[in-house]
Design a binder for this molecule. Sequence first.
Ligand SMILES: [Zn+2]
Length: 306
Amino acid sequence: MPDQHPAPKSRSHHPGCEEAANPECDCRRCFSLLHQHGILSAAITSEGSPTDFKARLTDLFGSAFTKVDSDPVPAQSTRREWQPIATAGTGKRRTQTEQRFVDVTLRDVLWNVHSILHPPSFKAGWLELAEGLTVTADWEGLAARLTAWTGDPDDGSGYFWSSMLAAAAVSPWTAGTPGAPDIITQSSLPQLGHARFPRAGSGRNLTAIREMANTNTTRAAADVISRALSRSALAIRDRRLVLAVVGSAVSPDLWHHPAATRHHLIPAVLGLRTRHNAQFSLDNHDAVEDRIDGDLGQKWRDRAAW
Ligand SMILES: [Zn+2]
């Protein structure tokens, strides 16, 4: 339960990364292949009662707020430090709004995966694909190969895998799956190559994802991702939805990751909404995906990062 980590995938991995309550998770072992693996698997397998799962989500992501700028009441919790609106400066208020958009919406995506598609038999094939896309069976081998090519993980390395999954999402899906060469081609899109918060302009506010600029690491990732998608027997729209959910979960921090927010989080919301009539806490007169696009997306767009 919330205060107990499940057993890690191997002794050399950090269970805190698989549970990843901390948005600044900076695992230097797995390139974030297993980031939030615990909650992702639990959502897909509809593990635990809805009440228990909701409590676990609140523990990890904070409460299901319905406003982006409301101070938490005593029964509510936030994922990150929250300064009361009355005393927060303009920059802090913007930061809090942006973070709430992504934290609450990722929470809602996982909640919907857990609850809407219940019983788990409705999601036959989902876990296999998610495990393939996160290389659960051989994450250590892959991490060792990546390290051999580009050195020990650095500040940007945790964003590599979700950005490569984004490259797959934007590739042409011929014969039902994106081919590795197409994924490699898309991986050079400049918008996939940096971690940056929405108002980050330049300099030290931009973190280059080094592995996105190396042909060996992008090829290795593209091969694995293409194979996992082509092995799946799911309908293409379901493969795309699982890809979007996984890509959202493995990003260390969506607030810093325009590629994951645009190519994973928003498509996950859209897929769940249109196919499964999912609701989202931050829907108001506008759908939350449009609000995210108009807030974080516009800021990143203004800086050619979207
Ligand atoms: Zn890790």
